[in-house]
Design a protein around this ligand. Structure first.
Ligand code: A3P
Length: 299
């Protein structure tokens, strides 16, 4: 019912929505037609893992000479626009119908929820950089539960948390199963560490400063000592903070009627403790332990 379950199809081992803005039809279209450039940056995530935050941070960082973050330019796009409007998903119709973006200045910044194994071949063949942001599955589940109910058609009855848990633990969510998506990109990051950076939402929250510096270095735009002394890193972090982005996005719509504000709920680590029973938590721990066995992923 609604965003979480409606029109879901299995394609190449993952659940995809159909007839939506981000859809399996668009994934197939970009698989055939998308032309990556070596200078491109791709931000890969599962929905509800912090995509909006990562888009804002990378957009602000890469464009910091064009739009100053310290002192903050009054015309900074993130002061008036949702990060989703600044960094498009490759698998949306808007991008597919927007040939001019192909001419955008370098580096182009894109996002994607497409699983690693279904990425367009031209991305895999190019030497572009990919950042993967992963989040504790329990917080992804909680975030998704609220998001799905906010986007639910008025005619559908709300999804209960129990139903959402059942679906999530069976791997059913757009672009899920969660564990396969994360594992695919994690293994890719080990094989290709120069081109793929694997981050967690929790680590970003714990230490935004060092992770933002690490991101900038990885993306080929490290901060100079002068920028650090002048507070540019802090300026970017403040501009992209949950509180600031939520304030900017109180009104308006992004994506065909999706309200801007649904992308900003709590922005915390560990809200799952307010939703999951001990039994639910243990079940997810067990699945995560089995699926991530031998991998160095912690939250
Ligand atoms: P919660 O629902 O737990 O609050 P996505 O962008 O992938 O859709 O993920 C949405 C989640 O990221 C939501 O989590 C949202 O509140 C959180 N989020 C959005 N902007 C953020 C920011 N600037 N800093 C930290 N978390 C943010």
């Amino acid at each position: 019912r609604g965003w979480m379950t409606e029109n879901l199809y299995m394609y190449q081992g993952y659940w995809h929505q159909s007839m939506r803005r981000i859809s399996v039809e668009n994934v197939m279209a970009v698989q055939d037609t998308f032309k990556a450039r070596p200078t491109d940056i791709y931000l890969a995530t599962l929905p509800k893992s912090g995509t909006t935050w990562l888009k804002a941070l990378v957009f602000a960082m890469v464009n910091r000479n064009r739009y100053k973050c310290k002192p903050l330019s009054t015309d900074h796009p993130l002061l008036v626009s949702n990060p989703h409007n600044c960094v498009p998903f490759i698998e949306t119709k808007v991008f597919i119908n927007m040939p001019t973006y192909a001419d955008a200045h370098s580096p182009r910044i894109f996002a994607t929820h497409i699983p690693y194994t279904s990425l367009p071949q031209s991305i895999l063949d190019s030497s572009c950089r990919i950042v993967y942001l992963c989040r504790n599955p329990k917080d992804v589940l909680v975030s998704m539960f609220h998001f799905a109910n906010k986007l639910r058609e008025k005619s559908c009855s709300p999804l209960t948390f129990e139903e959402t848990f059942e679906l999530f633990s069976k791997g059913v969510m757009p672009m899920g199963p969660y564990w396969d998506h994360v594992k695919g990109y994690h293994e890719f990051s080990l094989e290709c560490s120069e081109n793929v950076l694997f981050l967690t939402y929790e680590d970003m929250k714990r230490d935004a400063t060092n992770n933002v510096k690490r991101l900038a270095k990885f993306l080929g735009c490290p901060f100079t000592k002068e920028e650090e002394v002048n507070g540019v890193v802090q300026g970017i972090i403040e501009l992209c903070s949950f509180e600031n982005l939520r304030e900017v996005n109180k009104q308006g719509n992004v994506f065909e009627g999706i309200p801007n504000n649904v992308f900003f709920r709590e922005g915390n680590v560990g809200d799952w403790t307010n939703h999951l029973t001990d039994e639910m938590s243990q079940i997810l721990d067990q699945i995560t332990q089995e699926k991530f066995q031998g991998l160095d992923i912690s939250f």
